[in-house]
Design a protein around this ligand. Sequence first.
Ligand code: MG
Ligand code: ZN
Length: 217
Amino acid sequence: MGDHREGHLNGPNNPGLGPVVFLDRDGVLTAPVIDSRSDRPESPYRPEDVRLMGGATAALRVLRGIGATLVLVSNQPAAAKGTCSLADLDAVHAEFSRLLAAEGLHLDVVRYCHHHPEATVPRLRGPCECRKPAPGLLVDAARELGLTDFRATWMIGDSDVDIAAGKRVGARTVLIEEPLSVHRRTGSAAPDHRAPSVLSAAQIVADAVGHPRPEDA
Ligand SMILES: [Mg+2]
Ligand SMILES: [Zn+2]
């Protein structure tokens, strides 16, 4: 489910994949929404709640500027937990895509995990191989891209589980220390880099791609 494929990977001006950058969505590209029931920042469950994160469009432009292939990998268990419907989550994705398109941006591959181990909706109950920290979303997207070597890949996220999933495939990792999602970080993730924002994270990737690690030379 959620196997949206957007855009073209190998257009005439893009003969290779470039660096492949896996991106989490909430707290990275979309702003967390304060849930009125819990008073905590959560994922948007309604299209009217979707806002792009400050710096998100600039970050994606930086990554496009280095020829990166952009892959969204996002856990979205709200329908599994009965908070909203899968149709609601699809509508949220559609609005997210529309906001990006309005800025002339798109993501090359999109993968969502809609499962949860304690789902109230039986067909969405885990365990699954795709809910981060499991690497299934990244592996599945890589398969679609024909990517077999993860050394030139990156994972950018704001939660410990993003960093863990990235490490499982051998991606280099950037943890965004977004204040609204501090409850999703324990301090033990051990990312390769830390950044205060998604734009800063994108600049770290761009700088590193210009200066490969010695073992990649
Ligand atoms: Mg997140
Ligand atoms: Zn899953």
